[in-house]
Each structure stands twice: as C-alpha cells, then as structure tokens.
Design a protein around this ligand. Structure first.
Ligand code: HEM
Length: 362
C-alpha cells in the first residue's frame, strides 16, 4: 500500500476545476473558493457520522452507562470540528470583495443554501421544520434542492434519506432524559414533588434578595417594583418547569420530565453517578454553541465580502444568515434551564443522594 492510493490524492486534487470544463485553469481565487467549500463538506461528513453514532447510542433503551462515554466522545469530536471549521472563514477572507466579484456572477442560482449536508445536520440534530425561516420565495429548503427542471437531485435524495431515518438526536436525548430518575425515582408524583421543592427554593431566594434590597432602596415604590419583578421571575420559573408553554398534554408531561431531569443533573453536578450525564449535556450544549458561532462567523465573513446585497441563492443575504444564527435553536431546554438554576446552598436537599455515589466495597 502507498499513501497516494490509499488517500486517493490524485482524484482529490482533480476536483477543483469548477466550471472550467474547457481545459482552462481557474484563477487562484476561485480554486480557493471551491477548495474551502469542499473542506467544509468533508468536515460535515465527519460530523454527520459522529452524530449518527451518538443518536444510535441514545436510541437504546435503557442507555448503558458505557454508551454515555462513547456518545460524549463522538459529540466532542463534532465540537472540535466546528471550532476548527469556524476559523476557516478567515481563509475565505483573504479574498477581497473585488476578487470575489470577479467570478461571483457565474454562481447565480448556486448557493451554500443548497448544501444538503448542512440540512442533514439540522435534521439529524433535530431542528423542527416549523422553526425554519422562509426566505427564498420557495416552498421550502427542499424545493431549493431540486434539479434544474424541478426533478430529483442527489442533494434532495440525501436529505430525503436522512428524513426517513426518523427520530433525531434531540428526540433520542430527550427520551433518555424523560426516563432519567429524578432524585432516585421516575414516578411522576415524585418528580412533581421535586419540582415543587425547586420552585419553593426560588421563592426563598427571592425573599432573601428582597430583604437585602430593602437595605438599599429608599421608597416603597422601589420595593414594590422589585416585588413585582421577583414574583414574575418565580412565575416564569414555575411555568417553565411545569412546561406550561406546551399545549399537547402528552408532550407537556414528557417535557416536564425532561426539564426536571435537566434541573436535577445541573443542580447536583458534583454527584459521582451524574458525571457522564453531565458530560453529555455539557457537550451537547457545546456542540450547539459551536454550530451557532460557525453560523455567526459565516455571516460576518459574508457581510465583509458582499455587504448586504442579495445572496446568489436569492435570500436577503446577511440578514437571513443572522436570523438563522438567532432562531435555529435545537436544544432550547438545555439553554433555558440556565435561567432558573440556583446557587448551591439554595438547591433543595435530595432524599436519595446515596443512590448517586459510587459504591465502594469495604
Ligand atoms: C465568498 C464566500 C461566501 C459568500 C459571499 C457566501 C454567502 C452566502 C449567502 C448570502 C447565503 C444566504 C443564502 C443565499 O441567498 O445564497 C449563504 C448561505 C450559506 N452558505 Fe455561504 N457564502 C460563502 C461561502 C460559503 C462557504 C465556504 C460555505 C461552506 C460550506 C458556505 C455555506 C453556506 C451554507 C451552509 C449556507 C446556508 C445557510 C442556511 O440556510 O442556514 N458559504 N452564503
């Protein structure tokens, strides 16, 4: 065996011709443009593989402890890839606006918006179609993946295959969380009692805050404003924990347990047997954060490169990209729970803390 055959170097290096199928050579700038896209597509390929692995592990019921370590390993790799990939935008930025405009008009109609692997990534992670922005005057992102005469394309086939795989990583992760015992039990009454205690702890915290603020506020009006603000905070925490924002009753029950498990794991991070669950949550959040930063960084590169003009795919350009970075959230509960976590001394005592220690033989 040799390096060039195994890595298929010659095939790889022959793929940067772009539209120059007449034997002419593309300029350096265009080769750079094509190459960076290809490098990104290769990173996406690896991320998709790792995420599929993590999802398969979470689809098991029960999820064995060892699987949590394996899934975390896959997720960490995805995070590193996105972190590294976000730096590649600075290579694209070695193109000036004029350099890019020299070949941009040839691309009209073609856009990263048609990157099937990015759509696969969103689907596999669990982005809900209802969250998608409609921006291209087209029926959906799937329409943009159709071929010239509206027919099937390899890109669309890829996305359809991914959709046919069913439940996303988010769904698998949330089902695992919904089975996770909270302070030693998954019984709904027990979980409700845990949540009540947590809301009560919030009330205590706000009472302490109010007592402290009274020393610094002079007028009853100021105190009344604070009272109102704190009461609103408590109501919001309670509403979130009881999943009141979710209409469907079955889904509400499911998400209530998901949120209880999140609060429980985050509030008792130091317990030895929560070590892997904690890692899974941290790494999942890291992954979404890295993806968002990648989106934001792409938007800044685009703004620098073409200003606020319309994209080659027909969207509003930078405005659209900024909106995706803001709105395309998959693991909302993992983010939202941070708003209501309490400092350690205020976290309610557990009834079954002993269940979460490692058992050591005497
Ligand atoms: C000069 C370089 C680039 C410019 C000016 C640019 C510009 C844009 C614009 C304006 C959009 C919005 C859709 C549209 O109207 O076309 C877009 C979308 C996109 N671009 Fe780029 N892009 C560049 C390079 C890249 C590279 C190297 C990648 C790597 C794969 C990439 C991936 C994407 C993706 C995935 C989308 C879809 C985003 C979404 O819908 O969430 N772009 N790009």
């Amino acid at each position: 065996m040799n390096y060039w055959d195994y890595i298929q170097v010659e095939s790889l290096l022959s793929l940067q011709q772009g539209l120059h199928d007449d034997g002419t050579e593309p300029e350096n700038d265009e080769v750079l443009f094509i190459t960076v896209h290809q490098i990104y597509e290769l990173w996406f390929k690896l991320v998709l593989r790792e995420l599929s692995t993590a999802r398969a592990l979470f689809r098991r019921n029960p999820v064995p402890d060892q699987a949590l370590a394996d899934a975390t390993r896959s997720l960490r790799r995805c995070v590193r890839i996105f972190e590294v990939a976000a730096h590649h935008w600075s290579v694209v930025e070695t193109l000036t606006t004029r350099d890019y405009l020299a070949f941009r008009d040839k691309l009209v109609g073609a856009s990263g918006f048609q990157s099937a692997q990015v759509r696969e990534l969103e689907i596999l992670l669990g982005l809900d179609d209802r969250q998608r922005l409609s921006c291209m005057g087209e029926g959906s992102y799937k329409e943009a993946l159709r071929g010239d005469v509206g027919d099937q394309s390899p890109a669309l086939a890829r996305v359809q295959r991914r959709l046919a795989e069913g439940a996303s990583y988010r769904s698998a992760l949330y089902h695992w969380l919904a089975r996770t015992p909270v302070d030693g039990s998954s019984d709904p009454a027990h979980v409700d009692a845990y949540l009540d205690k947590f809301v009560e702890a919030h009330r205590k915290q706000k009472k302490l805050l109010l007592e402290r603020s009274r020393q610094f506020t002079s007028t009853p009006e100021e105190v009344a404003v604070l009272e109102q603000r704190y009461a609103r905070d408590i109501d919001q925490a309670a509403a979130f924990l009881r999943a009141e924002d979710i209409e469907d009753e079955g889904e509400r029950r499911h998400r209530k347990h998901v949120r209880a498990a999140l609060v429980f794991i985050e509030s008792h991070r130091e317990l030895p047997r929560l070590a892997w669950p904690r890692e899974v949550l941290d790494t999942t959040l890291n992954l979404e954060q890295a993806f968002i930063i990648w989106r934001q960084r792409h938007a800044r590169m685009v703004e620098r490169m073409i200003g606020r003009r319309t994209g080659t795919g027909g969207s509003g350009g930078v405005d659209y990209l900024d909106q995706t970075a803001l709105k395309y959230r998959v693991f909302e509960d993992l983010w939202s729970v941070r708003t209501i976590l309490l400092r350690r001394e205020l976290v309610p005592e557990l009834e079954n803390a002993a269940d979460y220690r490692f058992r050591v033989e005497d």
